[in-house]
Ligand binder design. Structure first.
Ligand SMILES: *Cc1c(COP(=O)(O)O)cnc(C)c1O
Length: 222
C-alpha cells in the first residue's frame, strides 16, 4: 500500500474531531510530500535537529507538532514556526519556550507530558510535579504559552489491557487538571494519546489527538 492509501485507511477509522498527527521522523521529505499531497497538514517530529533541517524544505502551511524530548538549548530554533510542543515535561523548558515565543511575538500551544508508562525511560511529569509547576509563581507570568492539554505514551507492550489502563490514567489526569486549574479555559482540551499500534483504543478512552508514524509511513529503519 502507498502512504496515501495508508493515510486514507486511518482517516476512515478516526472521526473528524480527532486530530491526526502524521509522525514523519526518520522519513525523507519526498515521502512527507506524498502524504501532504494526499491532504494531510499536521506532521510530528521528535528530534529538534531533524525538524530544523526538514522544515525549510517543506510547504509552509504544514502544522508541525514537536513530540520528543526537547533540550532547552534547541527551543529557540523551533519556536518561531512550531504549531504545538506536545512534550513539555519540566518548568525550565516551558520557561524557555515562553521566552522564545515572546521574542517571536507569538503564543505557542503546549501540552504537558505525563509519565503514564511502566518504563522508567519515558519522560513526563507526575501529577504532583505538574501541580507544583502550575502553582509556581513563575508559571503565572508566562504569557506566551498556551497550555492546551496533556500528552502521554503508553508502555511498549502487547498487553492491550495495560495500554488501555494507562490511557484511562491519562484521561483521569486530564479531568483532574481541567477541573482544578482550567475549568473556564476552553483552550485546555487536548488529550494526546495513541500511536500506530493502539490509536483505536486511545480514541475509545478519549484521545483527541493521535500520533501515527509507522501505520502511515511504514517501518523505520533507524
Ligand atoms: C515515534 C512516535 C510516535 C509514532 O509511533 P508509531 O508507532 O510509529 O506510530 C508517536 N509518539 C511519539 C512521542 C513518538 O516518538
Amino acid at each position: 500500500m502507498s502512504v496515501k492509501e495508508n493515510l486514507q485507511e486511518i482517516l476512515k477509522k478516526i472521526s473528524e474531531d480527532v486530530r491526526l498527527v502524521a509522525v514523519s521522523k526518520t522519513k525523507p521529505n519526498e515521502l512527507i510530500i506524498e502524504v501532504y499531497n494526499a491532504g494531510q497538514r499536521v506532521f510530528g517530529e521528535n528530534k529538534a535537529q531533524e525538524l530544523i533541517a526538514k522544515h525549510p524544505e517543506l510547504p509552509k502551511d504544514i502544522k508541525w507538532h514537536f513530540i520528543g524530548h526537547l533540550q532547552t538549548n534547541k527551543v529557540k530554533y523551533i519556536t518561531p514556526f512550531v504549531s504545538m510542543i506536545e512534550s513539555v515535561d519540566r518548568l525550565k523548558l516551558l520557561k524557555e519556550i515562553n521566552k522564545q515565543a515572546k521574542k517571536n511575538e507569538r503564543t505557542v500551544d503546549c501540552l504537558l507530558q505525563f509519565h503514564i508508562a511502566e518504563e522508567e525511560a519515558k519522560f513526563g511529569f507526575s501529577k504532583e510535579e505538574a501541580i507544583q509547576m502550575l502553582e509556581s509563581e513563575s508559571f503565572q507570568s508566562f504569557n506566551n504559552v498556551r497550555i492546551a492539554g496533556v500528552m502521554g505514551m503508553a508502555t511498549f507492550t502487547k498487553n492491550m489491557n495495560q495500554v488501555r489502563n494507562e490511557f484511562k490514567v491519562l484521561k483521569n489526569i486530564f479531568d483532574f487538571f481541567k477541573e482544578k486549574y482550567f475549568k473556564d479555559n476552553d483552550e485546555f482540551k487536548e488529550i494526546s494519546m495513541g500511536m500506530s499500534g493502539d490509536y483505536q483504543i486511545a480514541i475509545e478512552e478519549g484521545s483527541t489527538n493521535v500520533r501515527i508514524g509507522t501505520a502511515i509511513f511504514g517501518k523505520r529503519n533507524l
